[in-house]
Write a new protein. Structure first.
Length: 69
């Protein structure tokens, strides 16, 4: 579990599945551990407080995954 691009690439090269912050949030919503509202609030906070670099495309994808669950 990491958001570091190099670490993820290395793990994937070794056949180790990875996930990052957004994957954890989306999975938490899918497993009813986190409400959609709270997940979208977290996504907004991450984006606006620049806690993690997220492209607009990735933000839209995460939003759609959360909202469509």
């Amino acid at each position: 579990m990491t958001d570091d691009k190099r670490a993820r690439r290395f793990a994937n090269d070794l056949g180790i599945a990875t996930t990052g912050t957004l994957g954890i949030i989306i999975t938490a919503v899918e497993n009813d551990r986190l409400s959609k509202k709270k997940a979208l609030e977290l996504l907004d906070r991450i984006k606006h407080e620049k806690l993690l670099y997220l492209s607009e495309e990735l933000v839209r994808y995460a939003q759609s995954m959360i909202e469509d669950d």
